[in-house]
Write a protein that binds this ligand. Structure first.
Ligand SMILES: Cc1cc2nc3c(=O)[nH]c(=O)nc-3n(C[C@H](O)[C@H](O)[C@H](O)COP(=O)(O)O)c2cc1C
Ligand code: SF4
Length: 369
């Protein structure tokens, strides 16, 4: 195998372990060639030291797809990377593959890789490859996880595709096989933007812990975004999802008692209420009354609608937290969400100890085991 690089830096962003697994397969392929590897989650990255300069260095970013684009944390990270003129880069997005009946359906990464690639190119990197890899979908707030056989089938396929991709990337051959997904992604960009601006906050507030919660703290301690606060209400310790939550699904995947649920009842109530809010009428009255607020009319109506919806959601979440303290309230929430019956998903060979974003890296991040 031709090897183009002497130093390869892998940065990954992961919730349930899929993207870490793909990055680890790639890192192992590079190590087998004798090149030096740095393997680190985004949150513990030290790009100024880790990312090499010039032709012999390569930076690889691996992330999940969220709402047909890159997660906000990855976009922000890419924007903060140091400029590197002439350093090669590759961007890989894992997607949510599913099996419906006997049919395997691929995920769709949309603009995930292309947006990050554009940011890297603007920083002087030479993006030589972008690709999407199907791993089992981890969005278990939306649908149940696949049965183990289907999970194993998808992972097997992903491992073979990653081996081919690694060989291509290591040799420095250009590869943009997913350009069609990027083009289609532009068409659904309004959905992706809606998710980045509002949707992710909405989803964050749907999470709650059922009465099966033992207060073990694992979800809060392992949340890489620090998105879960623990409340001790004198009776029990309960997790509380803040707007920092990025729906990575790690809490749902690794909770030892499967106590983390997403309330479909709360989603329905808030969407119904927000949908019937008279935002337009209220805005006309307000600007007629205080003319200096006329500039508010320039804000797109849907932004105002969603903004009000989020305020409503926060209030509803506070109220629901109060209700969840009582057995009857908790029973109601737990039995009005489909997630209570859903199978959870986590990448089968990734243990919770492997996910150490908020701790010092074991052996300086050199290991991908
Ligand atoms: C909030 C959310 C949104 C998602 N959106 C998409 C999507 O638009 N397209 C897709 O193919 N997969 C989507 N997925 C599935 C994940 O991208 C996929 O399962 C990924 O491999 C998870 O990687 P991780 O375990 O490293 O976080 C979504 C998952 C979540 C939690
Ligand atoms: S991991 Fe599960 S049991 Fe532990 S505190 Fe979080 S919700 Fe409760």
């Amino acid at each position: 195998m031709t090897v183009r690089y002497r130093q390869v830096t892998f940065y990954y962003y992961t919730g349930s372990g899929n993207s870490r697994r793909v990055a680890a397969w790639m890192a192992d392929a590079v190590r087998a060639t004798g090149s030096a590897v740095i393997f680190s989650p985004l949150q513990s990255a030290n790009p100024a030291d880790d990312v090499g300069h010039g032709e012999n260095a390569l930076l690889v970013l691996v992330m999940p797809t969220h709402a047909f684009t890159a997660p906000w944390a990855v976009l922000r990270f890419a924007l903060g990377l140091p400029r590197r003129k002439g350093t090669d880069a590759a961007v890989v997005a894992t997607r949510g593959g599913l099996k419906i009946g006997q049919l395997y359906t691929p995920g769709f990464e949309g603009t995930a890789t292309s947006l990050v690639a554009l940011i890297l190119a603007a920083k002087g990197y030479r993006v030589q490859s972008t690709e999407g890899i199907d791993m089992p979908s981890n969005w278990t707030a939306l649908h149940p996880a696949l049965p183990r056989r289907a999970v194993d089938g998808i992972i097997d396929h992903a491992q073979r595709k990653t081996a081919r991709l690694s060989a291509e990337i290591i040799s420095g051959a250009p590869g943009f096989a997913n350009w069609r997904a990027s083009l289609l992604g532009v068409l659904v960009l309004p959905l992706s933007l809606g998710y980045l601006l509002c949707g992710r906050f909405f989803l964050a507030k749907l999470f709650f812990a059922s009465d099966d919660c033992t207060g073990c703290r694992l979800c809060a301690e392992r949340c890489p975004n620090d998105g879960i606060a623990l409340w001790d209400d004198g009776v029990a310790i309960r997790p509380y999802w803040t707007f920092r939550c990025q729906s990575r699904m790690r809490c749902m995947a690794y909770c030892p008692t499967q106590a983390v649920e997403a309330s479909h009842m709360l989603a329905a109530v808030v969407l119904l209420l927000a949908g019937s809010l008279p935002t337009g009428v209220a805005l006309s009255r307000l600007t007629a009354w205080i003319p200096s607020l006329r500039f508010l009319r320039m804000i797109p109506r849907w932004v105002l609608h969603w903004g009000t919806g989020l305020a409503l959601l926060t209030a509803a979440y506070r109220l629901s937290h109060f209700l969840l303290r009582s057995r009857a309230g908790n029973w109601l929430f737990t039995h009005t969400t489909l997630t209570h019956a859903y199978r959870r998903y986590r990448e089968p060979s990734t243990r919770v100890e492997d996910l150490w974003e908020r701790e010092p890296p074991p052996d300086g991040g050199r290991s991908s085991r």
